[in-house]
Design a protein around this ligand. Structure first.
Ligand SMILES: Cc1cc2nc3c(=O)[nH]c(=O)nc-3n(C[C@H](O)[C@H](O)[C@H](O)COP(=O)(O)OP(=O)(O)OC[C@H]3O[C@@H](n4cnc5c(N)ncnc54)[C@H](O)[C@@H]3O)c2cc1C
Length: 543
């Protein structure tokens, strides 16, 4: 196999562990921490990014926007020119740091709907229905709200309702109630339709992520080696058994060997990329890249799903939006002082402050759109909040039908893979997005919001017909950063991974991250990635 431009130096230093976890992201940190609870199991965890658990911009919830704009800890992926978006290429940030995307994400902590997991089971991931996965959702979380059989209270990831509600967020929820929605008591409970304050993975005003909450407390264990700043180049094999990985370390190439098990947790982009670099993927594609096919697995890199969104941006009357608060040093100082005083205020909020799940299409049997309220507007994140009072909410399709692909650009591990999201390819997605914008306008016209809004900035008042709305969505729509499904579980012959997370046709290789999701959950997907990490650890320890 070609090693590419990343591999330098001559002989690789050899390291051995019982279990080798590849990728210290949301799922990988859970797996390494859980497996190393057994002192007899030697665990090694390999990660490309640094161990920056105490970086204040990771810890402060509002820091996500700064990390996003700066590109710090980001793999900086981009899609190809998207045909459905007038040829625009979309930035796909992915965490490159211990904690992975969970260390840089927007902290929205929603599992999706119980039905999502029943659909997983129906699609061929038997044993992953809601009743099967619920114990693992409960195991990883520590919910600070009202106790319920659906919620865990003893896990490492802290979850709570937003510690701050702005007048805009209150108006958003009130407008949804005026439309006839119910106020949701627990968005991670049995049924989640309606509106309410956002749940976030926050502990005492700080981000609670698996790098910090699972891995950091485990780092003193003599049987756990955490190896940051190492790029995995490809997997190693003996016959049909995966035996380890070739890694580019700070001082040269390293061979990491697993006596018992390799767990690939490099995320929805990294996992299929590494599989293909290792000769596991569609044979014709691998051949076209000059890579010898070890296993013809045409499902690797297929079935890519993501949540697409359209932002509804508003210029509003002065009402305590972040746009107003950050204007001038005094505003910033006040926000910082408030946060320093009691860890509340706008800096305690991640990507959204309030939420609505709604049925938009006539006859829908369950919510098909998610609306996320944000107490600021940006034209682009790198410019920061707009210079006028403003807030926005995103209309996100819960379960898109369009499917994308991840393929190789070259056999060189240093070359980023080719990402095609194929947003809006399915006619059903186009229709729902258009209806989603129209529904958002009805919400904005309800008295509590209408009293604050001065002007719709995006899509804008000139955009009225369905054709105009769709054209605007193609020009302006974006992503909630939830790629998944690129090495899906299933029983059919195309699904690369079985329901025990084993890569089919290879021994000793488990895949455990967002890539195994057969179908995208209806809302933000990190809780599901954490749940997969818990389940993977349980599958490995129950041998
Ligand atoms: C900007 C942003 C905002 C988001 N907002 C939210 C949100 O608010 N709520 C929510 O639920 N979800 C959100 N998400 C999505 C969520 O964070 C991810 O879906 C989830 O963290 C994925 O977990 P994972 O374990 O599959 O992969 P990741 O957490 O991405 O972990 C993969 C790890 O593998 C490492 N890796 C990959 N390739 C290699 C290699 N070759 N060598 C060494 N290491 C490698 C990566 O560096 C990374 O640490 C967001 C994501 C982003 C990027």
């Amino acid at each position: 196999m070609p090693e590419g431009s990343l591999a330098r130096g001559a002989a690789a230093a050899v390291h051995v562990a019982d279990v080798l976890v590849l990728g210290a992201g949301s799922a990988g940190c859970v797996i390494a921490a859980r497996l190393s609870e057994d002192p007899a199991t030697q665990v090694a965890l390999i990660e490309a990014g640094p161990a920056a658990w105490r970086d204040p911009w990771i810890r402060i919830p509002a820091g996500f926007a700064r990390l996003y704009a700066s590109g710090k800890y980001d793999w900086r992926f981009h899609t190809e020119a998207e045909p459905g978006l007038e040829g625009r290429s979309i930035h796909w940030p992915r965490g490159k740091v211990v904690g992975g995307s969970g260390a840089v994400n927007g902290l929205v902590f929603l599992r999706g709907s119980p039905r999502d997991y029943d659909r997983w089971a129906q699609s061929g991931a038997r044993g992953w229905g809601y009743d099967d996965v619920l114990p693992f959702f409960r195991r990883m979380e520590r919910w600070a709200g009202e106790p319920s059989p659906e919620r865990g209270t003893e896990g490492p990831i802290h979850a709570s309702e937003a510690r701050h509600t702005s007048p805009g967020a209150e108006a958003f929820v009130a407008a949804a109630l005026a439309m006839g929605h119910k106020r949701v008591r627990d968005f991670n409970g049995a049924w989640h339709e309606g509106a309410g304050p956002m749940q976030m993975n926050v502990k005492g005003g700080f981000r609670s992520h698996s790098g910090d909450m699972f891995l950091r407390p485990a780092r003193g264990r003599p049987n756990l080696r955490i190896m940051p700043e190492r790029t995995i180049l490809r997997l190693l094999f003996e016959g049909t058994r995966c035996t380890g990985a070739l890694v580019q370390g700070p001082a040269g190439p390293e061979r990491w060997e697993a006596r018992r098990q390799v767990v690939l947790s490099a995320g929805a982009i990294g996992t299929p990329h590494l599989l293909m670099l290792s000769g596991i993927g569609d044979g014709a594609h691998l051949q076209s890249m000059g890579i010898e096919t070890r296993l013809h697995a045409p499902g690797v890199g297929q079935n890519l799903q993501d949540h697409f969104l359209q932002r509804m941006r508003y210029r509003v009357k002065p009402c305590g939006t972040v746009n107003e608060l950050v204007r001038g040093p005094m505003g910033k100082l006040r926000m910082a002082a408030r946060y320093a005083f009691d860890r509340r205020g706008p800096m305690s909020i991640g990507a959204a402050e309030a939420n609505l799940f709604a049925r938009v299409l006539p006859g829908a049997e369950e919510p098909d759109m998610q609306y996320l309220f944000v107490n600021f507007t940006v034209t682009t994140y790198d410019q920061g909040p707009d210079p006028w009072p403003g807030f926005m909410f995103s209309a996100c399709q819960c379960r898109p039908d369009s499917r994308g692909t991840i393929t190789l650009r070259s056999p060189d591990p240093a070359d980023k893979p080719v990402i095609r999201a194929n947003y809006l390819e399915a006619a059903s997605d186009r229709r729902l997005m258009v209806e989603g914008v129209k529904y958002a306008r009805r919400l904005a016209a309800e008295a509590p919001l209408a009293a604050l809004i001065e002007e719709e900035l995006t899509p804008g008042p000139r955009v009225q017909s369905d054709e105009e709305i769709l054209a605007k969505i193609r020009q302006d729509g974006g992503t909630v950063y939830h790629p998944c499904g690129t090495a899906r579980m299933g029983e059919d012959s195309i699904a690369p991974v079985d329901r025990r997370l084993r890569l089919k046709g290879v021994e000793g290789l488990m895949v455990a991250d967002a890539s195994v999701m057969p179908l995208i959950p209806s809302s933000n997907i990190q809780p599901a990635a954490l749940m997969i990490g818990e389940r993977a650890a349980a599958l490995l320890t129950a041998r």
